[in-house]
Design a protein around this ligand. Structure first.
Ligand code: PEP
Ligand code: CO
Length: 458
């Protein structure tokens, strides 16, 4: 197919910095990276693809989420643990309600680089290059920090490796054991809000179910290991190229991006003949495509054919991110087109990026109500047009931040400055993330009930 890990270099590459002070220094770091151990291996990537194939058939549900941008300064073991715990809690809520396997994909262990709507930022009478993510330049507003520095790529790789190491241990070392589901809610018990009460009730049901299965003498249910996968936006193609490996370990012979299990292409870099599509069409990983208001159904079909010419199930995740006020206008025709063309895809909803507003006190925020509304509309529209609404893609954290307004916890605009910690876009905090999972779960539960009734001819 006339592709190589560096064939993207002859294409138009948007949002990749071209102002590194030394091209040689950048090339040297990329060369060093090309010899480093892969962060993930082909067999795991293929396993994720199989799980996503189930989603595309309506047999499972995809939960994808994490920071908008990971950062060097917020890199702490406890933060990763809190994030992983809320992520698992959401997965438990969705599994219990939907009665389907939940495919767990973190936006983590590599989610650093950011496309920016403006190349520069002005404060007072000083204009500097925009912050582009910790693997490129620094958030601090001074000339030196805003200059791209290739050493940051190595730091991002090292941080990704150690994050991955902890996440693997948590996923397989017993922490994720459903039998300990109550141990995860200590913070919630203290809080006593509606989300906490809902979660405690669910824990009780789970315990009852596990006891029931145990008392039936069916042996113990295997509950202590989960499959957890990683993903990030494939923005910095030099980094991705350096971590691309031909699979010689597992015999597939294909090329794999080994920086994460899944990569996605952002809404600003999905030009059909541009560099990002060129790179992503050649790797065997599952690929996400962000679908925003400027994408037409015909363009989407062309992208699908370019990225997945064999129509392999589990390969493509279409991530709708229109905004609660625009989704009804754009998504129906897209789903219809893809369904009629018989394409195997996973439909997922990113209810974050189309719902960003500026609060009256000047903070970039996302009202919880808009986020929830976009997800609800997404589920109805995809179903009505012959697809399966199979996933959710969130910017979220396990911490008590105040970045998005609303929710049971009632974050007001006045509260935004108190814990506004994000390096880029506003994230749902732990309570809001779990609340959203409950809202989706109740919709999944309704669908499941309808299916049962239909099967019983009622
Ligand atoms: C993101 O996911 O952080 C992002 C920039 O999204 P989008 O490409 O959809 O704007
Ligand atoms: Co974002």
């Amino acid at each position: 197919m006339n592709w190589s890990p560096n064939s993207w270099r002859s294409k138009n590459a948007k949002h990749i910095p071209n102002d590194y002070p030394s091209a040689e220094a950048l090339a040297e770091v990329e060369n060093t990276l090309s010899k480093k151990p892969p962060l993930v291996v082909a067999s795991e990537i293929e396993k994720l693809k199989k799980e996503l194939a189930k989603v595309s058939r309506g047999e499972a549900f995809l939960l994808q989420g994490g920071d908008c941008a990971e950062s060097f300064s917020e890199f702490e073991a406890d933060r990763i643990i809190r994030y992983f715990r809320v992520f698992l809690q959401m997965a438990v809520v969705l599994t219990f309600a939907g009665g389907k396997h939940v495919v767990k994909v973190g936006r983590v262990a590599g989610q650093f680089a950011k496309p920016r709507s403006s190349a520069t930022e002005t404060q007072g009478d000083i204009t500097l290059p925009s912050y582009r993510g910790d693997n490129i330049n620094g958030l601090e507003f001074n000339e030196e920090s805003r200059l791209p520095n290739p050493e940051r790529l190595m730091m991002a790789y090292n941080q990704s490796a150690s994050t991955m190491n902890l996440l693997r241990a948590l996923a397989t070392g017993g922490y994720a054991d459903l039998a300990y589901v109550n141990n995860w809610n200590l913070d919630f018990v203290k809080k006593q809000g509606k989300t906490a009460t809902d979660y405690l009730k669910l824990c009780h049901h789970i315990e009852e179910s596990l006891d029931f299965i145990g008392s039936m003498g069916k042996g113990s249910v295997e509950t202590d290991t989960v499959s957890f996968f990683t993903s990030h936006e494939a923005l910095l193609l030099g980094y991705e190229e350096a971590l691309t490996r031909k699979d010689n370990l597992f015999g597939s012979g294909g090329f794999y991006a080994t920086s994460a299990h899944m990569l996605w292409i952002g809404d600003r870099t999905r030009g059909l003949d541009d560099a990002h599509i060129e790179y992503c069409r050649g790797v065997a990983n599952p690929i996400g495509v962000k679908c925003g208001p400027s994408l037409s159904p015909d363009e989407l079909l062309a992208l699908i054919e370019r990225l997945n010419p064999k129509n392999e199930a589990g390969k493509l995740v279409l991530i709708a991110r229109f905004g609660s006020d625009k989704i009804a206008q754009h998504l129906p025709a897209m789903v219809k087109k893809v369904t009629e063309a018989g394409k195997n895809v996973v439909w997922s909803s990113d209810p974050m990026h189309g719902n960003t507003i500026t609060s009256s006190n000047g903070f970039k925020t996302r009202p919880f109500e808009r986020v929830a509304s976009e997800v609800a509309q997404f589920m109805e529209i995809v179903t009505a047009n012959g697809g399966y609404p199979g996933g959710i893609h969130l910017e979220m954290t396990g911490d008590d931040v105040t970045e998005c307004t609303g929710g049971n916890i009632g974050v007001s605009e006045e509260m935004l400055p108190s814990q506004y910690n994000t390096h880029c876009d506003p994230r749902l905090n732990a309570d809001q993330s779990l609340e959203l999972a409950f809202e989706i779960a109740s919709k999944l539960r309704e669908d499941r009930k309808e299916q049962r009734m239909a099967a019983a001819g009622i």
